[in-house]
Each structure stands twice: as structure tokens, then as C-alpha cells.
Ligand binder design. Structure first.
Ligand SMILES: Cc1ncc(COP(=O)(O)O)c(C=O)c1O
Length: 407
């Protein structure tokens, strides 16, 4: 049965629900799998845990207990989290092609293997960060990557991928989902490997590796929270494009926290909200969004859900939201221009929407019911993940300037 959407006057769309009874957490994100994946990541040159920032002043201002933000701008020097999925998927494909078991980075990248690896070619479609992660991973193994980007891509994001060493970066004249189809066609024609973070019937393995790759950041966050005295956060905000990221993190947490799984809110741009649309239709199947795909949240500008994670995103969240651009911009400002002694977290358009949404939920009286549904109160511990830094520096500065002037 279709679900009701609650629209606030300033355009935030909300769907509330309960976790599906008896929902099963993904076996490919079980604790032992995730330990193995994290050990692989730890073997990659340049690996470091990203920081978990705590923002006590913002928490107090909003009226919540503790607020933590995992800062993925620090991941592998890539200014976004996506290298985790890229390097794990590229490594798995290389091992499969060489017929060797998955080992550490050094075990895969031996002198003998390197000669065979250098002829491998990878291709992907991307809003920016995923392509950068794949190009960076391919380069680490000494092979080539081709990257396709949708129309509207800002030049600095394309240039950042060229700078990391992609063989070619092509900005197409279509939106994200058709750009994926173009990359797939080129891969088939040339015998290259498509490393895509969305999945469809017959193309599930590589997206699964990518989703698994993201679990490392969730595992790190769980450990860091534990060290901060939080055995499980109460509320979790996850942003979604195709939903590979949100499903990877939530899938691992469903395994890790079990009954103590945090109430989870999915945040998407209001113009392109495919997980939200699927939750609205509520027939158990994924549905594309039908918006105009105009949003500043470039990394979340994806109209078709990833099949690998869709069941997790259907069953485990407590709410789905469709967020106008101002939501993420207020999150960018809350993190980039903190009050008092809170640390600065540089968070880009697709990184800050969780914090922006938390601010909105706590201050907008129309959302009091949602606040209660999620248990967002003075004792709640909250986890948000800032998935990117200032990947479009000019727009980032514009937003900071706008909010500085509002003070
Ligand atoms: C910074 C950032 N955050 C979140 C996402 C969302 O990831 P997914 O498409 O897996 O939902 C992306 C995807 O490109 C991204 O670049």
C-alpha cells in the first residue's frame, strides 16, 4: 500500500515507517567479511582511519545528546570516501582475472603480477567521487581507467579525475543513468571491465564489492564511537544517490548492532529521490525517481536504486526524506562555520545533507512528530557521515560566504 508523504512548508518531504519485522541483514556484510575487507584496506599504501569529529556545541544548540560526524574528506587524500569501494572492487577483479586468492595489496601487486595487471582496463560512470576512486585505484595497480561523467558536471570535478591519472575523462550529454549505459557499452565493445556502483540484473558482483568496500568506514566509526563511550548510536543519518553507500553502511550496522540498530534516516535531494520514491510506492520493489535531476548534491544525483542494497534500504530505515538544496547548504555551514569550540569539518554538497537535515528536524515545529518517532532528544547520540570535502571549491566558498553574511 502506498505510503503518505508529509511535506513541510519549506519543501522537505518525509516518509516515516517502522523497521520491517524479521528483516535479514546482508550476509556479504557480516562481521567476519567486514573484518577481512578492513584488513585489506589497512594494507593499501596511504591508508589511515578517517577522523570522527564530535560537535558538542552544535549538539547543545540543537537539543540532542551527542553529535558525531565521520569526516571522509580525509580518505586516501581523495577528498571523499569512494576510494574505499573503488580499490576493493578493482582488487577483487584483478584477483579474479589472475586466478589468485584475494590477499593484501602487496600480495596482489607483486612484480610478477604487475606485468599482467598493467594491460587491464577499467571504465566507470560517475558524478565525480566514485570515478576518482576507481581512477586512483587503477593507477595504484599500474593499469588504465576511463571515466564518463554526466552533463552538468563541473569542470573542477572532471579535472580532479584527470589529475589523479585517468586515461580519459569524458563528460557526456546525458544524465547519470544513461551515462552508466554508455560506459557499459564501451566496456563490452572493447573488452574492458566496468566498475560501477549501481547494479542491475546480470551485473551484481562488482557493485557488491563496492558496497562491501564502504563497510570499512562503518566499522571504523563503530570502533571510534565505542572509544568515545557510545556502544551504539541512537540515530543515524545516511545520504543516498543510488544507495550503495547507505546500504553498505546500514547493512554492516544491521549485522553489528542487531537489535540496537540506530533509527536510520535516509536523505536524498528532493528532485532526484529514488529510494524515497520506492518507499512511497511501497510494493517491495525499487522504483526510479521522476524529478528533473537539478540539485547541488551532485553525488546524490542518481535516479535508479542500486539492486544490491535496495532490500536493506527498504527494510531497515525508520524514515526517508527528500531534501531541497537549502538543507545541505545549512549543513555545510553548520560544519564549516562552527560556533564556539567545535571543530571545523569541511563538508561538500553531498556530504553535509545529514547534518543539515538534523538541524531542520530539530528546529522546524512541523517536524515534531518525526523528532519523536526517531527519539531525537537530549539524550540521543547521533552519527552523520560527511562523505566528501569541498569537491566543488567555488560553490563551497559561495555557500560559506552566504552564511557568513547571515551571522
Ligand atoms: C560524496 C558522496 N556522498 C554520497 C554518495 C552517495 O552514494 P550512492 O550513490 O552509493 O548512494 C556519493 C555518490 O557519488 C558521493 O559522491
Amino acid at each position: 500500500m502506498e505510503r503518505n508523504i508529509k511535506w513541510t512548508h519549506n519543501g522537505v518531504g518525509i516518509i516515516e515507517k517502522e523497521k520491517t519485522a524479521g528483516a535479514a541483514a546482508s550476509a556479504f556484510l557480516a562481521e567476519t567479511e567486514v573484518e577481512r575487507i578492513a584488513a585489506f584496506h589497512a594494507s593499501v599504501p596511504g591508508y589511515e582511519k578517517t577522523p570522527l569529529a564530535e560537535l558538542p556545541e552544535l549538539a547543545q544548540k540543537l537539543g540532542v545528546g551527542r553529535l558525531f560526524v565521520k569526516d571522509e574528506s580525509k580518505r586516501f587524500g581523495l577528498n571523499a570516501f569512494k576510494g574505499l569501494g573503488g580499490v576493493y572492487a578493482v582488487s577483487k577483479v584483478i584477483c579474479e582475472k589472475l586466478g589468485i586468492p584475494m590477499g593484501s595489496f602487496a600480495e596482489i601487486c607483486t612484480e610478477e603480477n604487475k606485468e599482467k595487471i598493467q594491460d587491464m582496463v577499467f571504465i566507470t560512470a560517475t558524478d565525480g567521487n566514485h570515478g576518482k576512486g576507481v581512477a586512483w585505484a587503477a593507477k595504484k595497480f599500474g593499469c588504465k581507467a576511463y571515466v564518463y561523467m554526466p552533463k552538468g558536471t563541473v569542470e573542477c570535478r572532471a579535472q580532479a579525475i584527470r589529475d589523479i591519472g585517468a586515461e580519459e575523462v569524458l563528460v557526456t550529454d546525458c544524465f547519470y543513468d544513461d551515462t552508466v549505459r554508455m560506459a557499459d557499452e564501451r566496456a563490452r565493445k572493447n573488452g574492458w571491465t566496468l566498475v560501477q556502483d549501481t547494479a542491475w540484473e546480470g551485473y551484481m558482483d562488482i557493485p557488491t564489492y563496492i558496497v562491501q568496500g564502504y563497510s570499512t568506514l562503518a566499522k571504523e566509526a563503530a570502533q571510534q564511537l565505542e572509544e568515545a563511550g557510545v556502544s551504539a548510536p541512537d540515530v543515524l543519518f545516511l545520504q543516498a544517490g543510488v544507495g550503495a553507500f547507505a546500504g553498505g553502511v546500514l547493512g554492516y550496522f544491521a549485522n553489528h548492532y542487531g537489535e540496537k540498530l540506530p533509527k536510520t534516516v535516509i536523505a536524498e535531494p528532493d528532485t532526484v529521490a529514488c529510494i524515497f520514491e520506492s518507499a512511497r510506492v511501497n510494493d517491495g520493489k525499487p522504483h526510479p525517481s521522476t524529478g528533473n535531476c537539478e540539485t547541488v548534491m551532485a553525488g546524490l544525483n542518481c535516479a535508479e536504486p542500486c539492486l544490491v542494497t535496495y532490500p536493506t534500504l527498504r527494510d531497515f530505515p525508520a524514515a526517508y526524506t527528500a531534501c531541497p538544496d537549502f538543507v545541505t547548504e545549512q549543513g555545510m555551514a553548520a560544519l564549516g562555520l562552527p560556533r564556539g569550540g567545535d571543530p571545523v569539518v569541511v563538508s561538500g554538497e553531498s556530504g553535509a545533507v545529514g547534518v543539515g537535515l538534523l538541524c531542520e528536524i530539530m528546529k522546524n515545529e512541523e517536524l515534531a512528530e518525526l523528532r519523536a518517532h526517531l527519539g531525537l532528544n537530549e539524550s540521543a547520540a547521533i552519527l552523520c557521515i560527511s562523505t566528501e570535502g569541498n569537491t566543488d571549491p567555488a560553490h563551497y566558498e559561495e555557500v560559506m560566504e552566504k552564511y557568513r553574511n547571515q551571522e
